[in-house]
Ligand binder design. Structure first.
Ligand code: NAD
Ligand code: DAU
Length: 338
């Protein structure tokens, strides 16, 4: 049995990971530690909550005393660190919590991992650490780190601390850097679920700038299958980029959503741009494809339809979210843009 501390497992990617992995493996004992911020939701984990090889702890990765206690109590030998403040717009409105959770929190986990001699520490990172691309080229693992937003700067710092622990102390670390995820259970502050929910409700769809910024989209299950592979077989000390080679300008995504929901493009509203808005992300995933034999299995055309259908079928899930703190976030974020 592998005793694995999964942090941030109540969020979008972490909960998809736990649901996927516990359906598949009974040689993993998962301790899910999550602070349950606005983005954490235990409803995401209903199908696994009664499993014997799963337990949940509400807690903050910054709390070193708690983290040491958890490592000791559960004899943790593996860490997968999903926990983070993850939304770029929120980092622009206030960077402090991003530094606290993403940088200090990761450092607390690394210190504990060193103290308890973990066998593998997987840091879940992002392609945003590479900064922005022009109209050509791809991010490879050799692309220099050049983050632009407070969010990406905090993620780059945690990556560098992870690498330093490997280099200095020999801590067995690996890092994954994935592109933009979409799929079920994504908090509706992010582009795809926000546009789906606004369109369902016949609200305006706020597209930043001219809508021509490009992201490289991957279905969350493809990301999590890559995470599983890197966790099992990735080479210690290495970084693996993950992406599905599916570049699209934001406006195209918005149009696909409207078309699938049979809604008018008149709902589109171009609004004030995001400050420092990265122009283009695009991932070269040849390293993970060649070394670990991973490849994406979902194509965008059908996976986006699955995603839209999931939001249509799970109205209660998102109605609870949008009736809470989300409403004041939304008003603050969008009122002076429109
Ligand atoms: P999310 O915001 O949906 O979930 C983050 C989770 O972390 C939440 O459950 C939250 O409660 C928890 N959390 C936040 N602060 C915490 C703390 N101090 N202690 C413990 N738990 C805490 O994020 P996500 O989209 O699922 O992203 C997960 C990870 O993947 C992040 O590290 C993010 O940087 C990375 N990532 C995300 C994407 C993407 O497209 N969403 C792409 C590449 C990488
Ligand atoms: O690339 C990986 C990153 O992708 C992850 O590390 C982050 O955690 C994740 O949030 C995501 O960051 P982005 O900033 O790319 O995602 P977001 O969904 O916020 O925005 C995607 C694009 O859509 C971006 O160009 C901004 C634009 N956008 C976003 C929102 C929320 C809009 O035009 N309107 C909006 O209302």
């Amino acid at each position: 049995m592998k005793n694995i501390l999964v942090t941030g497992g109540a969020g979008f990617i972490g909960s998809n990971f736990i649901n996927y992995i516990l359906n598949k493996r009974d040689d993993y004992f998962i301790v899910n530690l999550d602070k349950l911020t606005y983005a954490g939701n235990l409803e995401n984990l209903k199908e696994v909550e009664s499993k014997k090889n799963y337990t949940f702890i509400k807690g903050d990765i910054v709390n070193a005393e708690l983290i040491n206690f958890v490592f000791e109590k559960y004899k943790i030998k593996y860490v997968i660190n999903f926990a983070a403040e993850s939304h770029v717009d929120r980092s622009i409105s206030g960077s402090e919590i991003f530094f606290r959770t993403n940088v200090i929190g990761t450092n607390v986990l690394l210190e504990a991992a060193k103290r308890f001699n973990v066998e593998r520490f997987l840091q879940i990172s992002t392609d945003e650490v590479y900064g922005s691309l022009g109209s050509t080229g791809l991010f490879s693992e050799k692309t220099p780190i050049a983050p632009n937003s407070p969010y990406s700067a905090s993620k780059a710092s945690s990556d560098m601390m992870t690498m330093a622990f490997n280099h200095t102390y020999g801590l067995p670390t690996v890092i994954t850097r994935c592109s933009n995820n979409y799929g079920p259970l994504q908090f509706p502050e992010k582009l795809i679920p926000l546009m789906i929910l606004n369109a369902i409700q016949n609200k305006k769809l706020p597209v930043y700038g001219d809508g021509m910024n490009i992201r490289d989209w991957i279905y969350v299950i493809d990301h999590n299958k890559a995470v599983e592979l890197v966790f099992e077989k990735g080479k210690i000390g290495e970084v693996y980029n993950i992406g599905a080679s599916n570049e699209l300008p934001n406006i195209e995504i918005v149009k696909v959503i409207l078309k699938n929901l049979n809604k008018s493009e008149e709902l589109i509203q171009f609004v004030k741009d995001r400050p420092g808005h990265d122009k283009r992300y695009a991932i070269d995933s040849s390293k993970i494809q060649n070394e670990l034999k991973w490849k994406p299995e979902f194509n965008f055309e059908s996976a986006i339809v699955n995603t839209i259908e999931w939001y249509l079928k799970n109205k209660k899930w998102w109605e609870r979210i949008i009736s809470g703190e989300y409403q004041s976030y939304y008003n603050k974020q969008y009122s002076d843009r429109i």
